[in-house]
Design a protein around this ligand. Sequence first.
Ligand SMILES: [Zn+2]
Length: 125
Amino acid sequence: MHEMSITQGLLNMALEHAGGRRITSIHLRVGRMSPVVPSSVELFFEYLSKGTLAEGAALHWEMQPVEMTCTDCGRQADLSEWADDAPQMLMARALARGCACGSRRLRVTGGVAFGMASIEVADDG
Ligand SMILES: [Zn+2]
């Protein structure tokens, strides 16, 4: 993953949404399975936003849990007991246990995305 280009894309999107107003904060959603590293995005954002209307904006991160769904019965697996485990470990455990219907065909259906949820802009500009 190239965090720099991801961050540039994010910045462009935020500036477009702001429509010429100054951005004070950006809310992001990142899945626990997403390869995006928040600390890298923070660093690139600070660098890339210099001189733009997003300079100094705070980034708020909302972590999205991993979701797995049974491909046989469509039930969503309850992964809450492993929520604090590393995503790969959580997946391995979920696959080992399988679904309540007896199937072991679970597929990741959530927690992989990265995106902007909303932005906040200043009233002064
Ligand atoms: Zn099932």
